[in-house]
Design a protein around this ligand. Structure first.
Ligand code: NDP
Length: 253
């Protein structure tokens, strides 16, 4: 049975949450959901036009609650991340949530023949950008009394699987980053850090990974939002340093 959570309509009021890969798939639905529960959402993505469409959808329902920041993680330099952080610092007192969701899938190929360019691109987008964004935003997250970082993982980031190459390795790296950071911030900040494996979800990435599959057999991004909302809720305050799964998710006392 899927996880049910009914959040107060204003649960995320006065919270600012940044979502990467907010132009499509899970990230887009996450941004809309958080805005719907009162959050101000900062949308990051590489495609300005797609981000503007999401902006318009949110702005129509929740005016004044959304800003966009186009950034291509494949080509972004360290100073692009610093510029983003400086711009957020000017606009907000603190940051209450960081959802690391953007990722590339890359080739499915044996390691022996894995394309070198895909390896570099995936490490850049799925790992290096996640590290850099986390690093520049930690001061703003540390100013919040109750901040959350969710790293997006995958089942192949927990147990390796043949032919998943750099994608699997990048998700293992994300788990390592999550664990390392969780221990560092546990006693000195109000930041709670976890990884979440959304499980098979009906998005472009899933379709690319399983082209022969009927997409309708997979849950929608909307259907997994109760877990994301719960992880941003006051009840989830004690969840920290954990590798979580949407499938079979249970509230923790
Ligand atoms: P999608 O491919 O639908 O969306 C990925 C998002 O990341 C898009 O917004 C995309 O932008 C963005 N993105 C890709 N490359 C870059 C880049 N270079 N710079 C900035 N943004 C970029 O994927 P999902 O929604 O399915 O996946 C979301 C997360 O969930 C990922 O971390 C994925 O690994 C994970 N996941 C997904 C599963 C699934 O079944 N869907 C299963 C397990 C894990 P654009 O719109 O321009 O393409």
């Amino acid at each position: 049975m899927s996880f049910n959570y009914s959040a107060d309509k204003n649960m995320l009021l006065n919270k600012t949450i940044l979502i990467t890969g907010a132009s499509d798939g899970i990230g887009k639905v996450c941004a809309k959901t958080f805005a719907n529960y009162g959050a101000t959402v900062v949308l990051l993505g590489r495609d300005q036009n797609k981000l503007e469409q999401v902006y318009d959808e949110i702005e129509k329902l929740q005016p004044g609650k959304v800003i966009i920041h186009p950034l291509d993680f494949k080509t972004a330099a360290i100073n692009d991340f610093q510029t983003l952080a400086a711009s957020l610092n000017e606009q907000f007192n603190s940051l209450d949530g960081l959802i690391h969701n953007a990722a590339l899938l890359g080739a499915r190929s044996p390691i022996e023949f894995y394309p070198d360019q895909d390896w570099s691109d995936l490490m850049q987008v799925n790992v290096n950008a996640v590290f850099r964004l986390t690093q520049v935003l930690l001061p703003a997250l540390g100013k919040s009394s109750d901040a959350r970082i969710i790293f997006t993982s995958s089942s192949v980031g927990r147990v390796g699987r043949a032919f998943w190459g750099a994608y699997a390795v990048s998700k293992f790296a994300i788990e390592g980053l999550m664990q390392t950071l969780a221990e560092e911030v546990e006693n000195t900040t109000g930041i709670r850090v976890n990884s979440l494996n959304p499980g098979g979800t009906r998005t472009n990435m899933r379709r690319d990974a399983y082209p022969a599959e009927n997409p309708e057999t997979q849950p929608s991004a909307e259907s997994i939002m109760p877990v994301y909302l719960y992880l941003m809720s006051p009840e989830a305050r004690t969840i920290h340093g954990q590798a979580l799964n949407v499938r079979g998710f249970k509230a923790q006392a």
